[in-house]
Design a protein around this ligand. Structure first.
Ligand code: HEM
Ligand SMILES: [Ca+2]
Length: 717
């Protein structure tokens, strides 16, 4: 039984918090002239979590102010008891009808009154433990149980039941993980770190970006790694993580452009101050200039620390293609012959058009598209990959239908989806990661294919770490070029476009006379990417989300990355060194074996103390390990995550798990033989020879016809 006194404190705090959150400023964007383009748009399920999270954050502050932090564990016990109560009620009764009868009763009885307080809160946060059920967006409810034949073989779209003992683990709309446990908020709960350990203010992240991350006049191209490695990296990111941004009270976007927006618009604004002498983001009169930034949405489900969520499934399961909610999944399916929807009017395959994408900067007829992941139109070079995997799915579905003409749509879709996810996982672990990490990290973190059955560990939490999401895996922003080239069937360059003019514009992929997306894909294959160093291309640092013809209307992605780290409460860089096996740091000198003298000198011009260095900046400035693109701490954070994505996924293609229908050895063998190169060959008209190492533009070319293809017959039971 919960402590009645604490229960009363909790009720009062929640009630007060609901009032505060309700009356707090949260000006909606509607009515402002400016269009707020963003990639991190919250979906209905996430918004619902934010409404609860914001109240719990406020109630936490109230409880701590009145009774100190020690009250929090007991307060959480109260919440858990309430949850158990409402879960039981939901099992017998519809939660809506019970709350209606409560609000109709005008009884002044105090126990009734407190019951209705709880119920108001409960209705706000949706009934039951399963997110997504209370929104009218639900296309299918959660299954009643995980121990059935369906969940022996089918990976659910939301990730539910992947872990049978803990069905929501790794699901869409669940919280991210902390690598080293604690957060770095100035109040220990939610306030963004803004002071140096010396007591002086931390530098603005735009200032850091200008000082440390400007590529200047000398872009560094990789001598061997192609631009496709960058693009596949982003596709991996969009599979495993979608950390949505906060919204206004009415669910609309927040306009966090003004430097005063944290007080005038919403406490969920975190604008980045621009130095007065900034070369790109020009001052406008005497009002301070900021780069807009909205805090990542708070989905905390208990009293305590602010907690960010992943709106996609954490698993490596092609969320980009199939979606992470049942609604999304349905929106990309044709429901005929297991096929995914395509837009083919131009004579080549694109994802279906999206006529209602308010984020799309290009206009009719250059509509943006609908795919498993909302960010598919963030920039044009994502579309070759989205289109490629839709085509491969449909190609395999057609083949399978020929072998089994009577198979129904649902079975065929699931059959192909299962193979597609396996092919994708194999590409990530055997082609992408070995180009990024050293052999030692691949071995130590068991990322290599051994030929032995993989081991699934149901106590492994597969969830994405905040450190991976908000820092380490964003290293790929450094690989992105300013110019994306198009190459024709003879590998001649036939055009190029500038990234900065094409963020959330789709017209490039409509350029039929320039070969649509196929020439873009061929360009990615045959042009160098940038070195993953501390220097970033001009568009990345100045033009993210920029509207054409309006310089300064966008953001600096590097400044955003660093600020995002502070927003989610990442610890400074030095705190991660011991986890990564490096020595501890007291003085600047202690960094000299991990950083070049140039980088160390540069860091000193920006940070007052080594203990202040933001994780993002620290990681990208470490000297890369020989045989890898990144340094030891980034390698550790990334390898740690990919280990979990393998050992914590019951359906990982190599895993052998009792009561789970995995792949048979000869099927696994067949999957391992299919390279990304083959998928490119089979689904494009212009590529007939490919680099033997798909991410190395200097490697010898091999004929597509020499690559093994998949025998679909092997996969029927
Ligand atoms: C032209 C290429 C790219 C562009 C324009 C781009 C743009 C963006 C933007 C606008 C964000 C949201 C930032 C925020 O609000 O915090 C983001 C997040 C992210 N990016 Fe990129 N990106 C690109 C390539 C890549 C690559 C190559 C990788 C990895 C290899 C990558 C990994 C990530 C990750 C992990 C996140 C965090 C996602 C989340 O929290 O939901 N990106 N990127
Ligand atoms: Ca996923």
């Amino acid at each position: 039984a919960v402590n009645a006194t604490v229960e009363k404190y909790v009720e009062d705090a929640i009630f007060e918090a609901m009032g505060n959150v309700n009356s707090a400023t949260s000006a909606p964007s509607s009515g402002t002239a400016e269009k707020i383009v963003s990639s991190q748009i919250a979906n209905a399920g996430a918004i619902e979590l934010q409404f609860t999270g914001d109240i719990l954050e406020e109630a936490t502050k109230i409880l701590v102010a009145k009774y100190g932090v020690d009250i929090l564990p007991a307060a959480n016990e109260v919440l858990e008891a309430w949850n158990a109560e409402s879960a039981a009620a939901a099992a017998t009764d519809s939660p809506n009808s019970s709350s209606e009868s409560d609000s109709n009763s005008n009884s002044a009885d105090s126990s009734e009154e407190s019951r209705s307080k709880r119920d108001v809160f409960r209705v706000k946060r949706g009934a039951g433990g399963y997110t997504n059920t209370a929104s009218n967006q639900t296309c299918r409810g959660p299954p009643k149980r995980c121990n059935d034949r369906v969940h022996d073989r089918i990976r659910s779209i939301t990730g539910y039941c992947n872990n049978r003992a803990n069905p929501t683990l790794g699901n869409a709309l669940t919280s991210i993980r902390r690598l080293i446990g604690t957060v770095s908020y100035t109040d220990g709960l939610q306030t963004i770190r803004n002071l140096s350990v010396t007591g002086s203010p931390l530098p603005s992240t735009r200032y850091i970006s200008n000082k440390l991350h400007d590529e200047g006049v000398n872009p560094h191209y990789s001598p061997s790694v192609n631009h496709l490695h960058m693009q596949i990296g982003q596709f991996i990111a969009h599979d495993v993580i979608f950390m949505p941004s906060s919204v206004a009270k009415d669910g609309s976007d927040l306009n966090c452009l003004s430097c005063s927006s944290p007080t005038t618009v919403s406490s969920n604004c975190a604008p980045i101050p621009v130095p007065t002498d900034d070369a790109y983001f020009k001052q406008n009169g005497t009002t301070p200039r900021c780069i807009r930034l909205t805090r990542s949405l708070n989905g905390q489900t208990g009293f305590g620390v602010r907690t960010q969520i992943d709106q996609n499934t954490h698993f490596l399961d092609m969320s980009t293609v199939y979606g992470s909610s049942d609604c999304e999944a349905q929106s990309v399916r044709s429901f005929v012959n297991g096929q995914l929807k395509e837009y083919t009017t131009l004579g080549y395959t694109l994802p279906p058009q999206n006529f209602n994408d308010s984020n799309c900067q290009s206009t009719n007829p250059y509509y943006c598209f609908t795919a498993g992941d909302f960010r598919n139109c963030l920039h044009p070079a994502l579309l070759p990959l989205h289109s490629l995997f839709i085509k491969e799915h449909n190609r395999l579905a057609t083949l399978a239908k020929q072998v089994r003409p009577n198979i129904n749509d649902e079975d065929l879709y699931q059959f192909v989806r299962r193979i597609m996810v396996a092919l994708w996982q194999n590409i990530v672990y055997t082609e992408y990661l070995p180009k990024l990490l050293t052999d030692k990290y691949l071995t130590d973190f068991k990322l290599k294919t051994t030929g032995q059955p993989g081991i699934y560990n149901n106590s492994q939490n597969p969830s994405l770490s905040a450190e991976f999401t908000a820092a380490a895996f964003r290293f790929g922003h450094s690989q992105a070029r300013q110019n994306f080239t198009r190459q024709d069937v003879n590998n001649n360059t036939i055009g190029q476009y500038d990234l900065g003019n094409n963020i959330f514009y789709s017209d490039q992929v409509y350029q039929k006379q320039l070969g649509g997306w196929e020439t873009m894909l061929n360009g990615l294959l045959r042009t160098p990417g940038m070195v993953a160093d501390r220097y970033y291309s001009f568009p990345i640092r100045n033009q993210l989300f920029e509207t054409r013809g309006q310089p300064g209307s966008g953001v600096d992605l590097v400044a955003v990355n660093i600020m995002r780290g502070r927003d989610v409460g990442l610890q400074p860089y030095v705190k991660y060194r011991s986890a990564a096996g490096l020595s501890s740091v007291n003085t600047w000198n202690d960094l000299s074996s991990t950083f070049s003298s140039t980088n160390l000198a540069a860091l000193k011009t920006v940070y007052a103390d080594p203990a202040d260095i933001d994780l993002y900046t620290g990681l990208i400035m470490e000297t890369p390990l020989t045989g890898s693109q990144i340094g030891p701490t980034a390698s550790y954070i990334i390898a740690e995550q990919f280990n979990r994505l393998k050992t914590g996924d019951r359906f990982f293609y190599e895993n052998f798990v009792p009561n789970t229908v995995g792949f048979r050895p000869e099927q696994i063998q067949a999957i391992r033989q299919i390279k990304l190169a083959k998928i490119i060959c089979d689904n494009t008209g212009i590529v007939s020879r490919v680099p033997s190492d798909i991410f190395d533009f200097t490697s010898t070319q091999v004929a597509c016809s020499s690559l093994p293809s998949i025998d679909i017959n092997l996969f029927f039971l």
